[in-house]
Design a protein around this ligand. Structure first.
Ligand code: ATP
Ligand code: MG
Length: 750
């Protein structure tokens, strides 16, 4: 703590503070040195919001405005918290162990540890992670006789989680029930809550809910924290949900609807939040963009600081980001500028398919590394995890070290390893490890005990697990249900093995395996975003096998050769990484990060923006995701798309992403020559939907108001005609507007 007792520390302090503020522009400095009361920094990407928070933390401590233990600082991830702590310690030149610098979940858990007894838990309460919670939901649903095929535990769990994020308890949820599904969820919800309490356990969402309860029910606890935390700071505020909002409000006083306990002392309201409404990308996890947009209404006396200078990107990249986000209606206008110069145009590249796209990206990476760029300066972003696979294969082949952030490398993912285990077992019935891995995945009533009996029996009699499993009635100690389950499983395996022996292509074998074992049905029934992602990965894996079938030498074909290739691919990453790693990640994971050179691949309508988002009216959120992606780039940005792509198990012909059309020509360098295929065949290369007949004769011209029909999107009406043969069509099915190439898209007059 600085002291005023001698002149020297004073001067040292002043110098230190001056130094701290030197690396900031005037509005940043204003935010860092802001005194009492609410503070909002609503600013675009790369304007130094996170930097301001970090400096403000250091400033508060350094000037004695707050002690280390009197600050609560919230980040979106643990990694971000750790980075911020390192920076603050660097700025302060001292450790900050007592500072509450963490995620919402960690802060709430810490509060609850101290006061759990007030809510009827003991201090030793358990925290159930997602998997634990799902198992409990399942148990409750079973107990209530809910049909797990109709309403999967995962879908029930996601409803419960969403309710909790909105601070609705089981009774409140029941009050809003509108369908049979919700009725069922309400029943499970009630039992689930009773069971959690009985087990002295909290799920992730409960951490927030219970912390809010604690602060609402016990004024003395609330007052304690209010006076303990003289300053509260929050990064990425645009992605907070209602429970988080309420928790903050209770800690600082004031906020929407005023203080629920009216008449009580207001709290210090030293809440500083930073965020960017253009980067709100988590509404699917109940994040509520209103939390940032309404901040000024909640706190009318809030000091609002706007940051407009971007320190990350070239003007071209910024203008590109602005051009895209401008198409969103609900957007606070912002104008970003930079001193980093015009920079190179955004490179837009088109390819015949995803392999050509991957070859290009990896080729550019090789070229850049040759020129002296470090691999660590390069990042490739994509919309869905499954898209990384083709790229990973190409990187592995060219021996370029890479990492997949926030995700697992393709061949290490659980569902892929399950699929490989099935194939391995079919190839090698002796394989007890593979058998153990998949015997009860999906669940088919072969529990741990039965499984160990099968293994023990096979061991003692000296037969393969497969043989043992196929003759379950000879295994001592098995119940009738288990015997039945094993018989059924054995039959399925035998059928698949026969296919393999007949030499069906590996792609077909894998396809049949995933269908006939019920694996894909299991994922389908979950109806969650995660399960859908896993299913997409598996279809991608079928695609790997089909490629293998199509390209392998006759001598090297077949299941064994395929498995060997996979084994080598998944083992290929123990290379040295002293020149850094190329980073691969989804656009969602890229939030808050920056890289000199960025590639965004798969810029096709349906891929990005994602078709699911389009169906569910999430176009504006997809556009914000695009804004996040573009603004990660410091120097160079590549946007690529493939005219045809095999993804999620189907071959589709892509329309370039509507986001590409939103980029003005003067910012881009486009190389989109028609593909070799388009020149030599009459079939339109951009036509959507595999197998659609060649339509849209090139002579047809459209006028505003024309009724048209599209092979994939159905009926629509022309709402715009643009130069270059582009028509804008609004589709009746989902109200979406799409830009299409009149000549190539599968549309015709109606
Ligand atoms: P995002 O919206 O992407 O989270 P942000 O607004 O949090 O971005 P930062 O990550 O804090 O922005 O800053 C972007 C980059 O600009 C960082 O490399 C940061 O160090 C640098 N930067 C910010 N302000 C300044 C400044 N005044 N002088 C020099 N560099 C700065
Ligand atoms: Mg940031």
């Amino acid at each position: 703590m600085p002291s005023a007792s001698t002149a020297t520390p004073d001067r040292a302090e002043n110098e230190r503070v001056a130094e701290l503020l030197a690396g900031l522009n005037p509005p940043q400095r204003e935010a860092v040195t802001h005194g009492q009361g609410p503070l909002l920094i609503l600013a675009g990407a790369g304007t130094g919001k996170t930097r301001v928070l970090t400096h403000r933390l250091a400033y508060l401590v350094y000037t004695g405005r707050a002690g280390i233990g009197e600050i609560l600082a919230i980040t979106f991830t643990n990694k971000a918290a750790q980075e911020m702590r390192e920076r603050v310690e660097l700025l302060l030149g001292r450790r900050t162990r007592g500072m509450w610098l963490m995620t919402f979940h960690s802060a709430c858990a810490r509060m609850l540890r101290a006061d759990a007894e007030r809510l009827g838990y003991s201090r030793q309460f358990s925290i159930y992670d997602q998997a634990d919670a799902r198992r409990l939901v399942k148990r409750c649903a079973d107990e209530l006789g809910v049909d797990p095929k109709r309403f999967t535990p995962a879908s029930v769990q996601s409803q419960i989680s969403d309710a909790k994020n909105r601070l609705r308890d089981a009774a409140a949820y029941r009050g809003l029930v509108e369908s049979y599904f919700e009725q069922t969820v309400a029943d499970v919800f009630e039992l689930y809550e009773r069971e959690l309490l009985r087990s002295n356990a909290l799920d992730f969402d409960d951490l927030l809910v219970r912390a809010v309860n604690l602060l609402e029910l016990f004024p003395e606890v609330r007052d304690r924290y209010r006076s303990a935390f003289r300053h509260v700071l929050v990064d990425e505020y645009q992605d907070t949900n209602y429970a988080q909002y309420r928790w903050l409000q209770l800690l600082v006083g004031g906020g929407r609807g005023g203080d629920a306990q009216g008449g009580r002392e207001e709290g210090q309201r030293n809440l500083a939040v930073v965020g960017d409404d253009s980067q709100s990308i988590y509404s699917f996890r109940s994040a509520d963009i209103r939390n940032i947009l309404d901040f000024e209404d909640d706190f009318p006396d809030a000091k609002v600081v706007k940051l407009e200078q971007n320190y990350r990107s070239t003007q071209t990249i910024l203008s590109a980001a602005n051009a895209v986000i401008r198409n969103n209606r609900s957007q606070k206008p912002k104008s970003l500028w930079t001193e980093l110069g015009e920079g190179d145009p955004v490179k837009v590249r088109a390819f015949d398919d995803e392999h050509a796209e991957a070859r290009f990206v990896v080729g550019e990476i090789e070229r850049l590394v040759e020129e002296g760029v470090s691999r660590a300066e390069l990042a490739v972003f994509y919309r869905t995890n499954a898209q990384s696979r083709v790229l990973e294969d190409t990187l592995v082949r060219r021996e370029i070290a890479y990492q997949v952030v926030g995700g697992t490398k393709f061949y290490e993912r659980a569902e892929i390893r399950d699929a490989v285990a099935y194939l391995q077992l079919i190839a090698n019935p002796q394989d007890a490890v593979s058998f153990t891995r998949i015997a009860n995945t999906p669940r088919r009533g072969i529990g741990q005990t039965s499984l160990s009996r099968v293994l023990a029996h096979a061991g003692s009699v000296g037969i393969s697990v497969w043989e043992a499993a196929c003759t379950p009635d000879t295994i001592p100690g098995l119940g009738t249900a288990a015997i039945k389950a094993l018989c059924r499983f054995g039959e399925t395996l035998a059928r698949l093995k026969q296919k393999a022996d007949e030499g069906v292509p590996v792609g077909d074998l894998l396809d049949a395996t995933l269908h006939e074992t019920g694996y894909l049905d299991m994922l389908e029934a979950e109806r969650t975003i995660e399960a859908q992602g896993r299913s997409e990965n598996l279809h991608e894996f079928i695609e790997v096998a089909r490629e293998f079938d199509a390209t392998a030498d006759p001598g090297e074909a077949g299941l064994d050769a395929f498995l060997q290739q996979i084994a080598l691919l998944s083992d290929a990453d123990s290379r040295s990484d002293d020149e850094g790693l190329v980073t691969l990640m989804t656009l969602h994971n890229a939030k808050g990060l920056e890289y000199p050179i960025v590639f965004i691949i798969g810029c096709e309508d349906g891929v990005f923006p994602h078709s699911r988002a389009l169906d569910e009216g999430g176009l504006e959120e997809e556009r914000r995701l695009c804004y996040v992606g573009i603004t990660r780039a410091m120097r160079d940005l590549y946007l690529t798309y493939a005219r045809a792509r095999s993804l999620f198990g189907a071959r589709t012909y892509g329309v370039p992403s509507r986001f590409l059309f939103e980029l003005p020509d003067e910012l881009t360098d486009r190389e989109e020559a028609p593909s070799a295929r388009a020149r030599s065949e009459p079939v339109p290369s951009w036509a959507h939907a595999a197998g659609s007949p060649p339509v849209g004769p090139s002579a047809v011209s459209y006028r505003l108001g024309d009724d048209v029909v599209h092979a994939a999107f159905g009926d629509g009406v022309v709402t715009g005609v643009e130069p270059g043969g582009i028509v804008v069509v609004r589709f009746a099915s989902d109200g979406s507007e799409r830009k299409l190439m009149a000549e190539y898209a599968p549309i015709s007059p109606r």
